[in-house]
Write a protein that binds this ligand. Structure first.
Ligand SMILES: NC(=O)c1ccc[n+]([C@@H]2O[C@H](COP(=O)([O-])OP(=O)(O)OC[C@H]3O[C@@H](n4cnc5c(N)ncnc54)[C@H](OP(=O)(O)O)[C@@H]3O)[C@@H](O)[C@H]2O)c1
Length: 288
């Protein structure tokens, strides 16, 4: 329950990562609070942080989240102990989220991320989304080139279908897939993607694992997660994360947090043991 291997790299990570997006998008906390969230995560044993160049307010603010994480880890002396995974392939014009998988933009984004993170090599670089306007192979080629140049250690994908993952695997090694997945949104369990990742030793990283930036409030309203939380004397958030952890040893959820209490609570999901009946009941929740 407690550790996850990244792909088949031999690199072991704590089974719950930190999704750092809420620290940098609209409604973000002040820097003192943001640093406190990262500090609490590291103090409680966290060693995998998910970010992206576009976790920011708009195109003028690109790299906000990466710079923040770097400064926080520097101040904690924790840079070598934490893997920071970032992404390229989106833009934020006027604060919108726009896909751009053009090879030139991917290279520019990666180079900007290297500067923002103040590193020579990004541990895990993820294609944020497949751009329907660009041949997928051209986006992949750009990423492989960055890897060959030593700018990126491992490659990951995000927001992909099973067919797109298979296409990418014909081309290169993929260490991780990051898709939306939570107890209300179980598509990747039904379309075979999560099983396929397990068979191919690819880490599956559920994003929005407690329901999403706004959707997480639904957890407090649904009777079932509440009932289980009462039985196990924990929060419904922990139940939601423990359910994901029970679904496979290759699953590494990245709950977001803008408050210290949230990430402290989420990390404790690794201690919660659900029984087979609980898991089966949650499995059926998405269809209701
Ligand atoms: N690849 C992609 O396209 C993509 C898309 C979306 C997200 N992501 C990644 O996935 C991460 C997580 O997704 P998300 O932030 O959208 O949604 P989420 O993790 O489902 O929900 C985040 C919100 O839930 C609250 N929360 C989480 N755990 C909690 C707990 N134990 N107790 C109380 N509240 C809790 C937090 O509230 P507070 O803010 O009050 O602490 C947080 O802001 C992001 O940060 C980002 O790194 C990736």
């Amino acid at each position: 329950m407690k550790q996850r291997e990244l792909g088949n790299t031999g690199l072991m990570l704590k089974a719950i990562g930190l999704g750092a997006m809420p620290l940098s998008i609209s409604g973000r906390p002040d820097e003192t609070q943001a640093f406190a969230v990262i500090e609490a995560f590291v103090a409680d044993g966290g060693n995998f942080i998910d970010t992206a160049n576009v976790y920011c307010l708009d195109d003028d603010d690109i790299g906000h989240n990466e710079r923040l994480i770097r400064r926080a880890l520097d101040s904690l002396g924790a840079n070598g102990r934490v893997m920071v995974a970032t992404k390229g392939g989106l833009r934020r014009p006027g604060g919108a989220w726009v896909v751009d998988g053009d090879p030139g933009w991917l290279r520019q984004s990666c180079e900007n991320s290297l500067r923002a993170l103040q590193t020579d090599c990004i541990g895990l670089y993820q294609l944020h989304a497949v751009d329907p306007k660009v041949d997928f192979r051209r986006s992949l080629e750009a990423l492989v080139k960055l890897q060959e140049e030593g700018k990126v250690r491992y490659l990951g994908l995000s927001n992909v279908s099973p067919a797109q993952l298979e296409q990418a695997l014909d081309f290169t090694v993929i260490a991780s897939v990051q898709n939306r997945c939570n107890l209300f949104d179980q598509q990747d369990f039904h379309n075979g993607l999560i099983d396929f990742c397990q068979a191919r030793r690819i880490t599956y990283i559920p994003y929005s694992p407690v329901g999403g930036h706004h959707g997480h409030l639904r957890l407090g309203q649904e009777p079932l997660p509440q009932q289980l939380a009462t039985r196990y004397q924990c929060s419904p958030y922990r139940v939601a994360l423990a359910w994901l952890l029970h679904k496979g040893r290759h699953i590494l959820p990245i709950p977001g947090a803008s408050k210290v209490a949230s990430i402290r609570d989420s990390l404790r999901a690794t201690e919660l043991k659900l029984n087979a009946e609980d898991i089966a009941v949650i499995d059926r929740l998405a269809g209701q």
